[in-house]
Write a protein that binds this ligand. Structure first.
Ligand SMILES: [Zn+2]
Length: 253
């Protein structure tokens, strides 16, 4: 898959040395309700983190797409949210954002519970590779952070954060003071509850995609935490509490 992708993408925007355009930053904030809700101090911190992301990560277009400065800045702004208070060290394992103009076809190969290998192609809004790039569809980046529980940038970066201790399994390295047993209990209960809702034919509150695996459950929970925190706090208060401690951030004013 790597070779196929390398055939596709061509480098056209490297790292930026200069600080991001503050006027453009302020303008883009209004496009993303999940960011627009930040207070003044948090906005300044988000601006600082954005600068760090633009200076340390490269942005490459794929499929003849040439990202505009506003595209890279929008990705950096949404990417800055999960590390607002915890710092960019969480993104140490990858260096590149690959941006497609719209959802892209990707080849996949999966092994099911019986050990059978399934392969095929499907359309994706984003991908996070182990120690590799974060791949995003700009169309879905623009639909992110709209207060509807969808944020492809947070989703893929949650996988990167999850991978920091080896496996992508919904169990990221926890900061000091957080109890691994409590994390496991709360996330396992949430995952089970979602499966129960789906098995009983009830409308699940969380995106059903979260039922794919504990890793997807963690990534979707992060999307909801940053995008519809009031909903998460009301319906999954313990999950909300764990994520608020993990990200050292309370999105509810
Ligand atoms: Zn995912």
């Amino acid at each position: 898959m790597l070779n196929r992708l390398l055939d596709y993408f061509r480098p056209n925007r490297g790292m930026q040395a200069e600080p991001p355009d503050r006027a453009l930053f302020d303008c883009l904030l209004r496009d993303f309700p999940a960011l627009d809700r930040l207070d003044g101090r948090q906005r300044d911190l988000l601006y600082q983190r954005c600068g760090e992301i633009l200076q340390t990560k490269s942005f490459q277009g794929a499929d003849d797409f040439e990202p505009e400065p506003g595209d890279c800045l929008a990705v950096a702004m949404l990417a800055a949210l999960p590390v607002l208070h915890t710092g960019l060290d969480w993104y140490r394992d990858f260096h590149t954002f690959i941006l497609y103009p719209a959802e892209f076809l990707t080849d996949y190969e999966e092994v099911d519970e019986d050990g059978l290998v399934h392969s095929g192609r499907d359309l994706r809004a984003g991908e996070a590779w182990a120690l590799g790039p974060v791949v995003l569809a700009m169309s879905d980046v623009r639909d992110s952070g709209q207060g509807e529980g969808f944020n492809v940038v947070v989703h893929e970066l949650a996988h990167q954060i999850d991978q920091r201790n080896g496996e992508t399994n919904g169990f990221p390295p926890l900061p000091k003071g957080m109890d691994p047993a409590e994390w496991t209990r709360i996330f396992s209960a949430g995952y089970q509850r979602l499966h129960d809702e789906l098995n009983q034919g009830r409308e699940p509150g969380l995106d059903p995609y979260a039922a794919e695996s504990p890793a997807e459950f963690f990534a979707v929970a992060c999307e909801f935490f940053f995008d519809v925190p009031e909903w998460l706090a009301e319906h999954h208060p313990e999950l909300h509490g764990q994520l608020a401690r993990f990200f050292r951030f309370e999105p509810i004013a």
